[in-house]
Design a protein around this ligand. Structure first.
Ligand code: PLP
Length: 414
């Protein structure tokens, strides 16, 4: 928030805001939303219903039915509308899921969410209602709710790498209440392979805990995914989706696909916390889900758009970074960011972030994404940056150029 204030004080334009997960304004998608809004306005009673009704807390029945139908047709999943629940954005779904499954219970037991691979989505951190005060270094908080496992790091060529789940280090202890991954992963752009997901699903079944798969960027929508990955669901899996990365974050619409009893418990929580959800996103998107158009849009418009942004960002990195420096970029398999690793950098990513801020480039230092680990010193978590590539081209290009300069300077300080 401080950074946002700083950027606005400078007049906004000067600052290259490469920190957030804001979807781009894709012209075709913005035109479609305008058109869909006009249809809602034009259809008799549609606007009045969307604005003037409390829908049931699990969502609009037609929307839930449409979502179930899409996944049944497309992937053969044995689900009905009872398996589909709506929340006020994916973020709210995680708050409710984590706090109902894990944390401190009345009888004194503590349950954890196991993160099989960190770095993981920063938005999961600090969600525990009983999490205690976060520490100033951003490290010790969330140990009450999360237990995370470091990844295996696979170096690829001179300047790339990929994280893999370290199954040798992954144990599902008695106190684990759920396993959770984002796929594609925010911040890294990693996409867990089908084999990794299959092994995690088997572990979840074996230990009778849910496997939560956060599909905010994934297939079949919004499909900001640049590699092959099969969407999966079974009774043990809680799959979350969102309309945000389609370009509708302002509608705050999350979707959860899970066993009916889990949907019913989310429904109860939703009615207590918020009474009902927002309706407008569901009203705008239901016909696109019913017709299947959401799939073709995701495949033919959204995916190529972000794939080309990702490739362009990689080309700028290649252009601006000194090839002799030991920088590495995580393979960009999905989502909206490049995840950069500067091995052996003489300063921390936090210091690098400060220097970049001085030059009007805002990024997110990597240390924030390694929550849920115990406090052992692991240099890697202070060597990474998350840099968005969805902002206007000029800002992204300039941002990467400045990062390359500051990184070269920092290595020269050795
Ligand atoms: N999960 C991941 C991995 C995300 O990156 C985000 C947002 O950036 C969310 C969930 C939550 O998105 P929303 O609440 O807008 O659906």
């Amino acid at each position: 928030m401080d950074d946002l204030g700083h950027a606005l004080a400078k007049g906004g334009d000067q600052v290259r805001m490469l920190g957030g997960g804001q979807p781009a304004h894709i012209p075709e998608m913005d035109a479609l939303w305008r058109q869909r809004m006009e249809c809602v306005l034009g259809e008799e009673g549609a606007l009045e219903h969307a604005l003037g009704h409390y829908e049931p807390p699990a969502g609009n029945p037609q929307f839930r039915k449409a979502v179930a139908g899409l996944f049944r047709r497309q992937f053969g999943w044995d689900i009905t509308s009872e398996h589909v629940g709506v929340t006020a954005g994916g973020q709210t779904a995680f708050f409710m899921l984590f706090n109902s499954l894990a944390g401190k219970f009345r009888d004194g037991r503590r349950k954890k969410v196991l993160l099989p691979l960190v770095p993981e989505y920063i938005g999961y951190a600090n969600q525990a209602v009983d999490g205690g005060p976060p520490s100033s270094d951003g490290r010790k908080d969330d140990l009450g709710l999360f237990r995370a496992v470091k990844p295996r790091i696979e170096r690829m060529g001179e300047h790339q790498f990929k994280y893999r789940v370290d199954f040798d280090a992954l144990t599902v202890a008695e106190d684990v209440a759920a396993i959770c991954v984002s796929r594609p992963t925010n911040p890294t752009g990693n996409v867990l392979t089908d084999t990794e997901i299959d092994r995690l699903a088997k572990l979840a079944t074996q230990h009778d805990v849910p496997l939560i798969i956060d599909n905010a960027y994934g297939a079949p929508f919004p499909n900001a995914i640049y590699t092959d990955a099969t969407p999966v669901w079974n009774d043990q899996i809680i799959l979350t989706l969102s309309l945000s990365k389609l370009g509708l974050p302002g509608t705050r619409t999350g979707i959860v696909i899970a066993r009916p009893e889990i949907i019913r418990s989310l429904e109860s929580m939703m009615s207590i916390i918020g009474l009902a959800n927002t309706n407008i996103g569901q009203a705008m998107v239901t016909p696109l889900i019913e017709s299947g158009e959401i799939l073709t849009l995701s495949r033919d418009v959204i995916q190529p758009y972000y794939r080309s942004k990702s490739q362009q960002a990689e080309r700028w990195v290649e252009e601006f970074f000194d090839p002799k420096l030991p920088y590495r970029i995580h393979v960009s398999e999905g989502a909206f960011f490049l995840w950069m690793w500067f091995e052996g950098l003489p300063i921390t990513s936090m210091e690098l972030y400060q220097r970049l801020k001085q030059r009007d480039v805002l990024v997110v230092p990597g240390n924030y994404f390694f929550f849920g680990l115990d406090d052992d010193p692991w240099r890697h978590r202070d060597e990474c940056l998350r840099v968005t590539f969805t902002m206007p081209e000029q800002a992204v290009r300039e941002g990467y150029r400045v990062i390359a300069e500051e990184v070269a300077k920092a290595y020269a300080e050795k």
